[in-house]
Design a protein around this ligand. Sequence first.
Ligand SMILES: NC(=O)c1ccc[n+]([C@@H]2O[C@H](COP(=O)([O-])OP(=O)(O)OC[C@H]3O[C@@H](n4cnc5c(N)ncnc54)[C@H](O)[C@@H]3O)[C@@H](O)[C@H]2O)c1
Ligand SMILES: CC(C)[C@H](C(=O)O)[C@@H](O)C(=O)O
Ligand SMILES: [Mg+2]
Length: 355
Amino acid sequence: MKIALIPGDGIGPEVTYESRRVLNAIGEKFGHSFSFTEVPAGGNAIDSFGHPLPQESLDECKKSDAVLLGAVGGPKWDDLPGELRPEQALLGLRKGLGVFANLRPAVLFSQLKGASALKEEIIGDGIDILVVRELTGGIYFGPKTLKEVPGGYEATDTEVYNTGEIKRIARVAFNAAMKRNKRLCSVDKANILESSRLWRKVVIEVAKEYPEVELSHMYVDNCAMQLIRYPRQFDVIVTSNMFGDILSDEASMLTGSLGMLPSASLGSSTLGLYEPIHGTAPDIAGQNKANPLASILSTAMMLRYSFNLEKEAQLIEDAVRGVLEDGYRTGDIMETGKKLVGTKEMGDLVIAKLG
Ligand SMILES: NC(=O)c1ccc[n+]([C@@H]2O[C@H](COP(=O)([O-])OP(=O)(O)OC[C@H]3O[C@@H](n4cnc5c(N)ncnc54)[C@H](O)[C@@H]3O)[C@@H](O)[C@H]2O)c1
Ligand SMILES: CC(C)[C@H](C(=O)O)[C@@H](O)C(=O)O
Ligand SMILES: [Mg+2]
């Protein structure tokens, strides 16, 4: 199995290093051979090649069975023009690989109840929400303008969705709901946005194919509030690119930390892009402080969705649970009485738990 590895910038290389070790350990244990090709993308690619996503990098990813990405970006490249920023690498990859469905599971490990931003009585017996974020459309990819006007400049970004794009992401979400608790909440801003009104109409249409799924609709501002007030009401959330970006960062804090949330970006083939939802964390980069669990849990998603290795995926998730059960924590999920470890040590502990 051929994996394109994009370490990226900031803490990206630190967390993907641990993930690669975890995959190698799984490979050894089960007799799978994972080969890794390091691919430059992001700020480091700008420095070396003058472009955030050199064509060769995209080609190498397309030739692979899966892509594992750390994170890209950082203050060093913040003043570059939009199309040359490191983040463009991500957009280029997502679009180039056609991975339109981004699964972001916000699952609270019971061992981390105390690290959640919510009170115990709100958490109840746990949080398990799947955010299905549309990833290759919407305002991220719609036409943009920047022009001089009297008194300064005027800039626009455009939210664009068509029926086909909404249908295919809705189906991913309904199918996911069918395998879970059969409840789907579609989040939009249909009281204001024309694109959201189309979104809602199409989702209602697709719902006819899934009579067993209970469909609800919620405005995004209310959803941001409901995630904190009563998160257990949610099973699967489906939403646009921009709303999904924001709501998933919010949902991560219910699980203890942004450093805990993995993601899988899928399209119509088994080639997927796997990455933590967090960024390059410039404030802690290079200090062995980053939580590698979001990246490690992304490898479990890779095994599940691209390689159909469910047992191996579960072993990784169980190993993470086991390490948390033993009381080990990186700084972002640290609580009194627990044992503080760094990125590398956390990687070692997970590998040891794999047995
Ligand atoms: N997928 C990606 O590549 C991606 C995602 C988000 C942001 N970014 C980029 O990352 C840069 C920094 O962005 P930001 O600061 O807004 O978001 P960020 O996610 O990098 O960090 C936000 C906060 O969360 C903390 N954090 C994030 N991941 C952590 C981890 N694994 N362990 C412990 N703490 C962690 C950081 O220390 C920081 O305090 C920007 O250039 C941004 O564009 C990239
Ligand atoms: C860095 C940025 C392009 C990216 C996004 O907005 O999709 C990030 O925030 C994410 O959540 O993966
Ligand atoms: Mg984000």
